[in-house]
Design a binder for this molecule. Structure first.
Ligand SMILES: [Cu+2]
Length: 355
């Protein structure tokens, strides 16, 4: 594989022979030991009956889309056996946002071969970091993920989540139908008045969406698996999630018996949380959008700002020809693949990346 142009970022060169590196497929999670959580996930190309919606062509995991919601506790050894029953192009599972050993990363053509029809692949890794994640195919992703080949993963703290209601809200658009957990329109989750609720919103689409809470003040307590420091109460404010992004929203179910509505980017899909039979506000999309850069309080940085290496990453576009086709092509630091930099760091380096 082409490795790009070595960029040491002003740090020392390393005694590496680039030609004889370690085979990625050997960089697995623990191969021995009984998993704390083990499951088999079977991928199929088949139609999906959207709840309260149409039947669409797509992909399922264990017969549904979204596939399973996997919940583990921090430090658990997770074992997932992927079986490809009928995905013609082959498939993988990529653990979006999870820091896994390279061979468990599920990127077809890079960390493993795609699993062909009739084949299987075992993923094993320790869930080190608490947070809300998801997993999806990384083979022909634009078709398989869009078609529903994904599920969600929650890593709970050892001390528990400390909430009365803790749920995942996977937002996905199938064939133009915006859904929450595979349901078109309004989804319901029953919760008692006064309950502290944590709703983990996952944007599984390939564009930005907004989410918000109507009917109670709320806090954004985590973004992309990282807890925020002292997040304040928000009302009539939306938060933007990039493609693949997650936000954990926390609020108290109103004591007066009403319900709360969580918006999912408009388009009619929303999640209601509250006591059975309660009414929820319409929850029109707020104009105000949360600025995460000024939200909460700065937390101390866990290292000295004394950089071992500094890198520039300038994304640009270059008019020209690629394989004979004219167009505007993406560039990194003015160059196109494979002439783009390969940033080289040593373990433990403090790195400054300027984008
Ligand atoms: Cu991803």
């Amino acid at each position: 594989m082409d490795m790009g142009v070595v960029d040491l970022g002003g740090g020392p060169d390393m005694d590496h022979d680039m030609g004889s590196g370690q085979d990625v497929s050997t960089l697995t999670g623990p191969q021995n030991g009984k998993p704390d959580v083990a499951l088999t996930v079977t991928a199929r190309k088949e139609s999906i009956d959207l709840i309260d919606g149409p039947t669409v062509d797509g992909y399922t995991l264990n017969g549904t889309s979204p596939g399973p919601e996997i919940r583990v506790t921090q430090g658990d050894l997770l074992q997932v056996t992927l079986v490809n029953e009928s995905v013609p192009d082959g498939t993988t599972l990529h653990w979006h946002g999870v820091d896994v050993p390279n061979a468990e990363d599920g990127v077809a053509g890079v960390t493993q071969d795609a699993v062909g029809t009739g084949g299987e692949h075992v993923y094993r890794f320790i869930a080190e970091d608490v947070g809300t994640y998801w997993f999806h195919s990384h083979q022909v992703s634009h078709e398989q993920v869009r078609g529903g080949l994904f599920g969600t993963l929650v890593v709970e703290p050892r001390a528990g989540t400390g909430t009365g209601t803790d749920m995942v809200m996977a937002v996905h658009t199938y064939d133009g139908n915006r859904t929450v957990n595979g349901q078109v329109g309004e989804s319901w989750e029953q919760a008692e008045p006064g309950n502290l609720a944590r709703v983990r919103v996952v944007n599984t689409d390939n564009g930005t969406m907004r989410t918000w809470v109507a009917g109670a003040p709320y806090r954004v307590v985590a973004v992309d698996g990282f807890d925020l420091n002292q997040p304040g109460d928000l009302t009539d404010t939306a938060v933007a999630l990039g493609a693949g992004g997650r936000v954990d929203l926390e609020f108290t179910v109103p004591a007066d018996g009403t319900a709360v509505r969580i918006g999912a980017g408009g388009g009619g899909a929303s999640q209601v949380v509250g006591p059975e039979g309660a009414t929820a506000p319409d929850g029109d999309e707020p104009e105000t959008e949360l600025d995460l850069l000024s939200y909460g309080e700065p937390a101390p940085i866990p290292f000295e700002l004394d950089f071992d290496r500094s890198f520039d990453y300038r994304i640009g576009r270059w008019p020209g020809f690629l394989d004979g086709r004219p167009g505007l092509w993406w560039t990194v630091n003015g160059e196109m693949f494979p002439d783009i930099p390969m940033y080289v760091v040593a373990e433990g380096d403090v790195v400054r990346m300027t984008i």
